[in-house]
Design a binder for this molecule. Structure first.
Ligand code: S3P
Length: 453
């Protein structure tokens, strides 16, 4: 399910009337990847509803199929027949993860401890991203790594006869690294321990427990989490696994509604796991009108509907320790900050430099192209807001194959005085294929150039 055209597809957003309506955003990307990974590994059948049908997640599904899982769709439900823990098959071909860092890194962990060879490839963006953060602990477990490009894709892994359980302290705030080590631990005798000084999204821990893994979490007096997993136990498929709506996708219509005058939009069924709600917390501190309606639990996760109305925002200092709970939302927060009164200071952003693009410099360049006052530092960004945005827009934004840069600046275009063009909207399909249509249904204007042929 790749885009059929290799040519960039520019998109332009322009201002207009307020946005209104009610919608659901697609399933959470992190949870959807894990649904295919764990469902494909567990013995028996897992039935998944609400899965994100984005290109990133579908790539993970294809990788699991290549290693023996059976995946089919029945109506809206993905039915996954897993192989059983420890029973993945050697894939015949390379595993192509396209743009997907989460899929690639988690699968490296999952399959790295198997005594066979696997080769990972990806697109130009993924081939620039650092994989050493996952390869280092895997090497400690006995995995051999062959890479000509110094810890970048393409690379091949070959696991030992029996991997060595390790205790690994995650050196950066990364749920992907934590998860890769735990997944390698699934096929390793004994106890694999991950020490997590800064808590990141906890979907791997929660879902592994749900699938029946022997996993224990203890938080010590310093707030450091110790996650212990006993390897080679049984994982069992789940008869009904529901994927809640992605807060990282909801972020785009939420910010659009806040900055386009006259807007009133409701997004239903948004995941409210506290490791993911940093943006909503921040926007509330900035004075946003976001009503959290009908908080409830679905499939073991907190979800709620969010009613968002156009608001007068004010700039704030975003606490740096909030970064892990909103790491993917800084690009669109920068757009909200552009319409706030005063300055918004964002610190602790070093991880933004190694996402689908160097998001700090991509955001700064996009702000510059659209006359938005800002300052960029090594790991910080300051945006000087102007609630009228009198000079905003008119720029062409370089997206560097990054879906969130594309969507953030299209949101800017919906509120700016002059239209905003992004050079390529194809990558939006990796996480939120319906984004342009959803914004149009809300009354926004997003135009797409026909693909070059
Ligand atoms: C993810 C973890 C985060 C996040 C990514 C999804 C995950 O990456 O940016 O979009 O599903 O574990 P890092 O672990 O690199 O911070």
């Amino acid at each position: 399910m790749h885009s059929d055209s290799h040519a960039p597809r520019p998109m332009t957003a322009r201002g207009g009337n307020g946005l209104s309506g009610t919608a659901r955003v697609p399933g959470d990307k992190s949870i959807s990847h894990r649904a295919f990974l764990f469902g494909g590994l567990a013995s028996g059948t897992t039935r998944v509803t609400g899965l994100l049908e984005g290109e990133d997640v579908l790539a993970t599904g294809r990788a699991m199929q290549a290693m023996g899982a059976l995946i089919r769709k029945e109506g809206d439900v993905y039915v996954v027949e897993g192989v059983g823990n420890g029973c993945l098959l050697e894939p015949e071909d390379v595993l192509d993860f396209g743009n997907a860092g989460t899929g690639a890194r988690l699968t490296m962990g999952l399959v790295g401890s198997y005594h066979f060879g696997t080769t990972f490839v990806g697109d130009a963006s993924l081939s620039k991203r650092p994989m050493g953060r996952v390869l280092d602990p895997l090497r400690e477990m006995g995995v051999q790594v062959v890479s000509r490009s110094k810890g970048r894709l393409p690379l091949s892994l070959h696991g030992p006869k029996a991997a060595t359980p390790i205790e690994y302290r995650v050196p950066m705030a990364s749920a992907q690294v934590k998860s890769a080590v735990l997944l390698a631990g699934l096929n390793t005798p004994g106890i694999t321990t991950v020490v997590e000084p800064v808590m990141t999204r906890d979907h791997t821990e929660k879902m592994l427990e749900g699938f029946g893994a022997a996993i224990e979490i203890e938080t010590d007096g310093d707030g450091v989490r110790h996650i212990r997993l006993e390897g080679q136990g049984e994982l069992k498929g789940l008869a009904d696994f529901q994927v809640p709506g992605d807060p990282s996708s909801a972020a785009f219509p939420i910010v659009a509604a806040l900055i386009v005058p006259g807007s009133d939009v409701t997004i239903e069924n948004v995941l409210m796991n506290p490791t993911r709600t940093g943006l909503v917390e921040t926007l509330l501190e900035m004075g946003a009108s976001i009503e959290i309606i009908d908080r409830r639990t679905e499939g073991g996760e907190d979800v709620a509907d969010l009613r968002v109305r156009h608001s007068e925002l004010r700039g704030i200092e975003v606490p740096p320790d909030r970064a892990p709970s909103m790491i993917d939302e800084y690009p669109v927060l920068a757009i909200a900050a552009a319409f706030a009164k005063g300055r918004t200071v964002m610190r602790g952003l070093d991880e933004l430099r190694v996402k689908e693009s160097d998001r700090l410099s991509a955001v700064a360049a996009g702000l510059a192209a659209n006359n938005i006052a800002h300052e960029e530092g090594e790991d910080w960004l300051i945006v000087e807001g102007d609630p009228d945005g009198a000079a905003y827009g008119g720029g062409i934004v370089v997206t560097h194959l990054d879906h969130r840069i594309a969507m953030s600046f299209l949101v800017l275009g919906l509120a700016a005085k002059s239209p905003v063009t992004v050079d390529d909207g194809r990558m939006i399909a990796t996480s939120f294929p319906d984004f342009p249509d959803m914004m149009r249904r809300f009354g926004g204007t997003i135009e797409e150039a026909a693909p070059d042929r």
